[in-house]
Design a protein around this ligand. Structure first.
Ligand code: FES
Length: 228
């Protein structure tokens, strides 16, 4: 990777990867930058559609074209951080945790195989089937959190899960919450308007260029949940 790419690959930003050199998929696919080490960048993905299946089948050593780093990442507030993630939505947490004072990570997933590992971070896990950690949802872990003790709270995962977490956070602590959004993306740089996220107060934000990391209170959660 060129040095300029590495230096700009901040936590929360993403890249658009051309997974195929054939006729499908036509558009690049977005991937959160998971971590940066030396002159390499890691991404974490699950093969859930033809694009990611093609990527999973790609032979080691093959070159792929990419665009990035794109978008706006986390505002790195001072103070301790709490990270809350659901499933592979937490793919950006390894790089984030390495660059902040990370107090703890709360991770929820459907099962053990869907749980990510965040190197060096104190992690509490919960799974819906009980195969790792206690059985339940990540919202079940929030009861003893001292919200006011955190300078930053990062949240990512499915929209209903993020909405449920935010509703469990005292209103005065919500200003410290930054969410990492996921959306279908075409261009990746603000031209196609294919990645809209409902904005609080009306209108839309572009996930690719206004985000993908947003202050939680900039989102209209009712409208966003309604389209998921
Ligand atoms: Fe085209 Fe966001 S992906 S505007």
């Amino acid at each position: 990777m060129p040095l300029s790419f590495i230096s700009e690959a901040e936590p929360g930003r993403f890249l658009q990867l051309e997974v195929s050199q054939g006729s499908f998929p036509v558009t690049r696919r977005p991937f959160t930058i998971s971590s940066v080490a030396g002159n390499s960048v890691d991404i974490i993905f699950e093969a859930v559609g033809r694009g990611t299946e093609i990527l999973a089948e790609t032979k080691e050593g093959r070159s792929l074209r990419l665009l990035g780093p794109l978008g706006c990442g986390y505002r790195l507030n001072s103070g301790k951080w709490l990270l809350i993630g659901g499933g592979l939505g937490a793919a950006g947490f390894p790089g984030l945790a390495a660059g902040i004072d990370c107090d703890q990570v709360l991770l929820g997933a459907s099962s053990r195989g869907k749980l990510l590992t965040i190197p060096g971070a104190r992690t509490v896990a919960i799974t819906e089937d009980g195969s790792s950690g206690t059985k339940g949802l990540v919202t079940d872990l929030l009861g003893s959190i001292l919200w006011d003790s955190y300078g930053g709270i990062a949240l990512c995962g499915p929209v209903p899960m993020m909405k449920a977490v935010i509703e469990a956070i005292p209103v005065k602590a919500r200003a410290n919450v930054q969410i990492s959004a996921e959306a279908m993306m075409g261009c990746g740089w603000g031209a196609c308007e294919g990645c809209s996220v409902p904005k609080a107060g009306g209108g839309f934000l572009k996930c690719c260029s206004d985000g993908p990391v947003f202050p939680a209170d900039s989102i209209d959660w009712e409208r966003w949940e309604g389209i998921h």
